[in-house]
Design a protein around this ligand. Structure first.
Ligand code: GUN
Ligand code: ZN
Length: 368
């Protein structure tokens, strides 16, 4: 994996990440494909939009179809017929958010499946072994993401565990690194000093890239920038930086302004399925009665195939009737929008007018 910065504007940077067959342009947004599918869109359409890196979840894939099935299939790429790059998140975070009776132990996370109640453990060793079977290009270590709010005692415990697990994950990864790249995950809640400590501890392990976790866990908006800034200051410039589970348009703009290169979030796909689409004039709620007779596209400025062909009024009707095509069309549009938005960010950085770009879009997507 080779990461290069091509242009900077303030702390914002535009670069390339060489993975598998592709030169991936950064900053990049990764659609979430939890169960080896990005919901309501085909691999062909993802490819057509221009996506070359998507995310999968170890927690779900381990439970179903299971690591052995993925290994037998020759890895997730072959299994889902996606020849481009994949990143897998580790299972710990989802075990916490989805399963019952989770127990955080020093050697790993013990949890019961949300599907059938069976008991499992994710440890550094089992996480790396499962991620090896899944076969993603970028793999994430098991970490301890403290909830919000968490006091400093809990946050320090989270750091100790996260750093120890990261060192162990590195050891198991190095036994057979193949073509997989292990990132570190820095934690630290909303305490900038702990954010800095965690970033330093991760950077000391000299990994191919670094993520910032524990954000977007319910903390007030104003903590996002200081927490992120404190971590980034201690992450090496020459490695990619990834903010996990983020985000909204303002979070992407503010993250890129601080020097973040990678993001993933369910927002564009989940919102699309709930009838909310992103447009050049802000968010639009498809289910709104005022669109019932609209014969314009979702976004007249958008050149996606959905906006070229279908009217807002028709897509609204599909959503109101819970028709599957409604989910598909709005998902395609939102992912096309996100891909274009990231490309515009890169161009703004290259043209040295990122600040102007950021101000423009912050106004359109101001949090309400
Ligand atoms: N996804 C969103 N936040 C996190 C985090 O803190 N850790 C992991 N592993 N995944 C995440
Ligand atoms: Zn469109």
């Amino acid at each position: 994996m080779k990461f290069e910065t091509l242009a900077t504007d303030g702390a914002a940077r535009a670069g390339t990440l060489q993975l598998r067959d592709a030169k991936i342009l950064t900053p990049i947004f990764m659609p979430v494909g939890t169960q080896a599918t990005v919901k309501a869109i085909s691999q062909d359409d993802l490819e057509e939009i221009g996506y070359r890196l998507i995310l999968g979840n170890t927690y779900h894939l381990y439970l179903r179809p299971g690591a052995e099935t993925l290994r037998q299939a020759g890895g997730i790429h072959k299994f889902m017929s996606w020849p481009h790059a994949v990143l897998t998140d580790s299972g710990g975070y989802q075990a916490f958010s989805l399963s019952k009776n989770v127990k955080l132990k020093d050697h790993g996370v013990i949890f019961r499946s949300h599907l059938d109640g069976s008991e499992h453990i994710f440890s550094p060793e089992s996480t790396i072994s499962i991620e090896r079977d899944i076969g993603a290009d970028i793999i994430m270590p098991i970490d301890d993401c403290a909830p919000y709010p968490a006091d400093d005692k809990r946050l320090k415990e989270s750091l100790a565990r996260t750093h120890r697990w990261l060192a162990e994950c590195k050891k198991y990864w190095l036994r057979e690194p193949r073509h997989q790249h292990l990132f570190g995950i820095a934690q630290g809640g909303v305490n900038p000093l702990l954010r800095a400590d965690s970033a330093k501890a991760c950077a000391d392990l000299d990994l191919p890239g670094y993520a910032i976790g524990g954000l977007s866990v319910g903390e007030p908006l104003e903590y996002y920038v200081p927490s992120l800034a404190a971590a980034i200051e201690h992450l090496p410039k020459e490695k990619p930086r990834y903010v996990m589970g983020v985000g909204t348009i303002p979070e992407l703009l503010n993250g890129v302004a601080l020097g973040v290169d990678m993001f993933d979030c369910v927002l564009p796909t989940r919102n699309a399925r709930n009838g909310q689409v992103f447009t050049s004039v802000g968010k639009v709620n498809l289910r709104n009665l005022k669109h019932a007779q609209s014969d314009s596209p979702i976004d007249p400025e958008c050149s996606c195939k959905v906006c070229k062909k279908y009217s807002l009024g028709y897509i609204r009707h599909l959503h109101k009737q819970n028709e599957i095509l409604g989910l598909m069309l709005s998902t395609y549009h939102n992912l096309y929008f996100m891909h274009g938005f990231m490309r515009q960010m890169r161009h703004a950085i290259q043209a040295q007018n990122f600040e102007q770009f950021r101000t423009h879009w912050l106004r359109l997507f101001a949090p309400v």
